[in-house]
Design a protein around this ligand. Structure first.
Ligand SMILES: C[S@@+](CC[C@H](N)C(=O)[O-])C[C@H]1O[C@@H](n2cnc3c(N)ncnc32)[C@H](O)[C@@H]1O
Length: 258
């Protein structure tokens, strides 16, 4: 049979022994964003038939768990769960498997059954991606990484902001292996934040220390927040503007009367 030159990745997957052409999307995402490292524990949501599981195993060599509504035929060194990633029961099963140690990386290539109706497919995709993010928040180690497929549409920006609130670094990225006419893109979140503060949060604080750069430094639930243009003794309302894994930056919103 003549090879269809429009679908190089399909044939490459056949030649190189991967279960799906999607395998190359994960290779390309990883090449660009370095989400999976040697030894990582990786959880793959919506993993059948298993191309991403094969790639994750190759990149990490560590513990790999795949979850799908469909049965995933066995891959050496990969554990699987048959279940719905939007159900609490499946999330509890995943948590039981990796809970104590946690996962270094959660990846999700899950796709709803497409109806052809753009806004319905977008809404279903956002449902799946939101479940994937909730699962990631439960099982990721602090500093862990997240990749999720999203069909673009009007709820995309809110979803991106939600990821941004939970990770130090957030980008959307469309690998070359995605078909050019596809609405899909991938959202990458790196360095999962477990800080007790989030961008946009406001607090009333009293500045009782200055950091080495001269910025004010306050502790919120044991977490250091740096505040610009303040003096020791100032009582101010601050708004968190950027959160890093071990500290945050805030601006003064107003003075607080004593
Ligand atoms: C595009 S395929 C994933 C391909 C896979 N990354 C690979 O490389 O072989 C999408 C998968 O998402 C799964 N899926 C969709 N909704 C799901 C859900 N609610 N729970 C679990 N899996 C789901 C589908 O069964 C399907 O196997």
């Amino acid at each position: 049979m003549a090879r269809d030159r429009r679908d190089t990745y399909y044939w490459r997957a056949k030649d190189e022994g991967f279960r799906s052409r999607a395998a190359y999307k994960l290779f390309q995402i990883n090449e660009k964003h370095n989400v999976i490292k040697r030894g990582d524990t990786v959880v793959d949501l919506g993993a059948a038939p298993g191309g991403w599981l094969e790639v994750a195993k190759k990149l990490s060599g560590g513990r790999i768990v795949g979850v799908d509504l469909k049965k995933i035929s066995p891959i050496e060194g990969v554990e699987t769960i048959k279940g719905d990633i939007t159900s609490d029961k499946t999330i509890a099963q995943i948590f039981d498997m990796v809970g104590k140690a946690g996962a270094d990386v959660v990846i999700c290539d899950a796709a709803p059954n497409l109806s052809g109706n753009w806004s319905l497919d977008h809404a279903r995709s956002i449902d799946l991606t939101t479940s994937a993010l909730e699962c990631a928040k439960k099982i990721l180690k602090p500093g862990g990484n997240f990749v999720v497929k999203v069909f673009q549409g009007d709820m995309f920006k809110d979803f991106l902001d939600e990821v941004r609130n939970n990770f130090t670094f957030t980008r959307s990225y469309s690998p070359q292996a995605s078909r050019s006419q596809s609405a899909e893109t991938y959202v990458v979140g790196k360095k999962f934040l477990t800080a007790p503060v989030r961008r946009g949060d406001e607090f009333d604080v009293e500045i009782d220390e200055l950091g080495s750069s001269g910025d004010g430094a306050v502790l919120i639930e044991g977490f250091v927040v740096f505040v610009k243009n303040v003096e020791i003794g100032d009582r101010v309302r601050i708004k968190i503007k950027d959160v890093k894994p071990n500290f945050a930056f805030a601006d003064v919103v107003s003075k607080v009367d004593s």
